[in-house]
Write a protein that binds this ligand. Structure first.
Ligand code: HEM
Length: 395
């Protein structure tokens, strides 16, 4: 196990506890980077002005520099500091926070969900982007096409992508850009979300388009993972299904307990001291958000799964200046989608799953069990589950 393998390990949480016991911010010799695992260390790194989201020497990954996906990457608020982050963020954040959960519910309910593995795949990996597309004023057909293209575009964000996937990501960026040029030119667009963003935005049109594309890529896998991990919670503890009215509480606890984004990174740009540790310019810090969520300094009884957890605290959506502006929207989409899935009474016990290969995402993909292997665990070598004492329904 190491802190990166942990993201897609069947149960990384005991390992995270050991890392916290060794110290909140410790150098990992194997990975040659610092690992922030405790809640105070994670908070301090995310708040520090000298800890940036990209290395100074490589603002855009070498593998995609030169193509449109690289150009978009270089304009994203997520990948910038200073004015290049603040300007798009100040235009986009307020509108995202205002989105009405009832509107999200209606958009999710309007989509056809079937309870088999293909239907679940569409609900998890296509639905959230379709909801966001509709909120921005795209038609349902455009939303479906955009959700396909987004799947190709997000490859440019992963270091695991191969050259063919990166080439496809550049083409996907061209296509997404085309959709947004048409949308922004459309005098009939009735989206209050888009109108608000345009009214507040003071930069150039290409930066606006890049950051609107960024909303799709940020939504895509993380929200699928939240819904998927909530389904795993139900599979592991079917008694949680007894109270179907508590889906909002379930999603709120799952995002803390078993987050779809397990870690993020920071790059030190000037010598500094964090939690008593001296860091040098060029150092890399792996920030274990999922470990901080289980730190008893952050939440009482952190390894218990509590629907009624009082004062739940979580780093799943980050913290500080880059904190996720889509948090509320993601929670609304996840709750609405899970309610729809449950309304179809899916045979959860007939699903197998595996986590998508990733360095930081914990995103299950579900499949139907082959008929000859009715036992889910037998067909899934890496992700068998146990009803351990850490998974108790309380309240
Ligand atoms: C469960 C779903 C989601 C999770 C777990 C998640 C998590 C995160 C995290 C951890 C960050 C901060 C990364 C860092 O500081 O290094 C972030 C940033 C961001 N997220 Fe999300 N996110 C989710 C859904 C969404 C959605 C639905 C949207 C938009 C519609 C969104 C938009 C963004 C943007 C634009 C940023 C960059 C903010 C900035 O750099 O100022 N996210 N997200």
């Amino acid at each position: 196990m190491d802190p990166i393998i942990a993201a897609t390990h069947a149960d990384p949480y005991p390992y995270y506890a050991r890392l916290r016991a060794e110290g909140g911010l410790v150098f990992h010799q194997g990975l040659k980077l610092w690992v922030a695992s405790s809640a105070p260390a994670v908070a301090a790194v995310l708040a520090h002005g000298d800890c940036h989201v990209r290395p100074a020497a490589e603002p855009v990954p070498k593998a995609i520099v030169g193509g449109l996906a690289g150009k978009v990457f270089g304009q994203l608020m997520r990948m910038n500091e200073g004015e290049r982050q603040r300007c798009p963020r100040s235009a986009i954040e307020p509108g995202l926070a205002l989105i009405d959960a009832h509107e999200v519910n209606a958009l999710v309910a309007a989509r056809l969900i079937t309870p088999d593995a293909d239907g679940l795949y569409n609900a998890l990996f296509r639905g959230p982007v379709c909801v966001l597309a509709a909120l921005l004023g795209f038609s349902p057909a455009q939303g479906r096409a955009i959700s396909e293209v987004t799947a190709d575009f997000v490859a440019c964000l992963s270091p695991l992508s191969d050259p063919l996937q990166l080439e496809t990501a550049h083409t996907a960026a061209e296509q997404l850009r085309g959709y947004f040029i048409e949308l922004l030119d459309d005098p009939g667009n009735k989206s209050s979300l888009l109108a608000g963003i345009r009214a507040r935005f003071a930069g150039d049109p290409e930066t606006l388009i890049a950051n609107l594309m960024g909303l799709f890529s940020q939504t895509y896998e993380a929200t699928a993972g939240l819904i998927g991990n909530a389904m795993l919670a139900l599979i592991r503890n079917p008694s949680l299904l007894r109270d179907a009215t508590r889906v909002d509480d379930l999603i709120a606890e799952v995002q803390r307990f078993d987050p779809s984004v397990q870690n993020t990174r920071r790059f030190v740009t000037a010598p500094c001291e964090i939690e008593g540790v001296s860091l040098s310019s060029g150092d890399v810090i792996l920030v274990l958000l999922a470990s901080a969520n289980r730190d008893p300094q952050l939440n009482d009884d952190p390894d218990a799964f509590l629907l009624d957890r009082p004062q739940r605290r979580s780093f799943t959506f980050g913290a500080g200046r880059h904190q996720c502006p889509g948090r509320q929207l993601a929670l609304s989409i996840a709750s609405a989608t899970l309610k729809e899935i449950l309304a179809h009474q899916p045979a959860l016990d007939r699903l197998t799953w595996e986590y998508r290969p990733s360095l930081n995402g914990r995103i299950p993909v579900f499949r139907n069990s082959p008929p000859c292997h009715p036992n889910r665990s037998a067909t899934n070598s890496t992700n068998t589950f146990s009803l351990g004492s850490d998974f108790l329904e309380r309240g």
